[in-house]
Design a binder for this molecule. Structure first.
Ligand code: NAP
Length: 255
């Protein structure tokens, strides 16, 4: 892989899954990577596992639902390592919500983490990047945000909100020197998807997902969606009228 143009990277949700694979891959390419998640021990274990790589992993424990802590952590990273060239706002979780689970708190916590967690980090990052007229920001949403799917009224809505947020921001950032990417993964084998009790089509390993994300970021692509065969079908579904979409999805998911 081509040597990346980033010296200092910040990844949230970096202790496990896609974020951890991305952090290790970027450190392997020589980047310094600030890694954030809530569990400090996991972050330190990941940093130890990356010893010997060309770049370094720097743990910065953070709960992204705490807006003030996001701003403080960003200031701390920039004071200790310099300006952030690339930030990947990846912290998120999934919780299927059946009709029996319809509790306000479940929706609130998904929105607080998946949507507000990105907003809380993007706002101070954009302030810093716009001041410099440089930087690259990437937001991890999901192909589940393209259209409504069974039991995903909480998760899918939070990811749809992120997709719309990124589309609007892309337009607003024109001419500022700040690049924006939207990462929409299909199924990736991580602790998050390990809970799924159904067969996941086109499942990718996290290392494969990380390589695809890095390639897309290096090309400064707006949408980095993968794997393409899954994305192709889901994008096609997005064009279908409701009278066709609902029976088709019911049949495929047996909902
Ligand atoms: N895996 C997939 O198939 C898939 C598909 C599409 C999209 N995605 C998206 O990709 C992202 C990563 O998913 P993943 O599968 O790698 O998930 P994962 O394995 O569950 O990892 C989630 C990461 O987020 C951190 N995190 C959770 N709550 C946090 C909080 N409040 N503040 C800061 N960090 C927090 C976790 O560490 P702590 O618990 O220690 O905080 C962990 O490092 C998510 O946004 C997910 O929605 C995943």
């Amino acid at each position: 892989m081509q040597k990346p143009q980033w010296s200092v990277v910040w990844i949230t949700g970096a202790s496990k899954g896609i974020g951890a694979a991305l952090a290790l891959a970027l450190a392997g390419l020589g980047c310094g990577v600030a890694i954030s998640a809530r569990n400090s021990q996991d972050l330190h274990a990941l940093a130890r596992s990356g010893a010997g790589l060309r770049g370094e992993l720097w743990p910065y424990p953070l709960d992204v639902t705490d807006g003030a802590a996001c701003a403080t952590t960003l200031a701390q990273i920039e004071a200790e390592h310099g300006c952030i060239d690339l930030a990947v706002l990846n912290a998120g979780t999934h919780r299927p919500l059946s009709l029996d689970d319809f509790e306000i708190a479940a929706f609130e916590s998904l929105m607080q983490l998946n949507y507000m967690g990105v907003v809380n980090t993007a706002v101070p990052l954009l302030r810093s990047m716009r001041r410099r007229g440089a930087g690259q920001l990437a937001i991890t949403a999901s192909v589940a945000g393209y259209r409504g799917l069974p039991t995903a009224s909480g998760y899918g809505a939070s990811k749809a909100a992120l997709i719309n947020f990124a589309e609007a921001l892309k337009l607003d950032l024109a001419g500022t020197g700040v690049a924006l990417s939207l990462i929409n993964p299909g199924f990736v084998r991580t602790p998050l998807t390990a809970r799924n009790r159904f067969s996941m089509p086109f499942l990718l390993e996290p290392e494969d997902a990380a390589a695809r994300i890095i390639r897309g970021l290096q090309r400064r692509r707006f949408e980095i969606a993968f794997p393409w065969r899954f994305v192709f079908w889901l994008k096609l579904f997005r064009l279908l009228p409701y009278w066709l979409y609902f029976p088709l999805v019911r049949r495929i998911t047996r909902a």
